[in-house]
Write a protein that binds this ligand. Structure first.
Ligand code: ZN
Length: 126
């Protein structure tokens, strides 16, 4: 009885280890991919996320400075400018774009290593 119980534990242990290395590890590797390769500089790894806002930052800063100035010097006009600035800031935030860039050359040319083009570049670099 006791020996049987131990044997079943060994079998289940073996099965779960096999399951872990045979199913879960390849699944996780498939999920995260084999990494990315940059077609511009050949960097291998993971791309960096970069967030770009629409419009220009200089324009936004200028608008807010003018708003501040008008608020202090010509109060009623300041309110109109404040509204303009808020609308501009919101339009910049709503126009943001997320891009994946190469951490080495900053180009958005990183492609998955396991794609046909990625494999071709990897081969050429070797
Ligand atoms: Zn690169």
């Amino acid at each position: 009885m006791n020996a049987n119980l131990e044997l079943s534990w060994i079998i289940w242990g073996g099965v779960s280890i096999l399951l872990f290395f045979g199913v879960i590890v390849p699944f996780l590797q498939g999920l995260f991919g084999k990494g990315f390769i940059c077609s511009s500089c050949g960097y291998k790894g993971y791309p960096k996320k970069s967030i770009k806002y629409g419009g220009s930052a200089a324009m936004e800063i200028f608008l807010w400075l003018v708003t501040l100035l008008f608020f202090v010097v010509f109060f009623p006009f300041g309110i109109i400018l404040l509204l303009v600035s808020i609308v501009y800031s919101f339009s910049r935030i709503s126009n943001k774009t997320k891009t994946s860039i190469c951490p080495k050359c900053k180009n958005s040319t990183m492609i998955p290593c396991d794609s046909p083009i990625g494999k071709k570049i990897e081969k050429e670099l070797q």
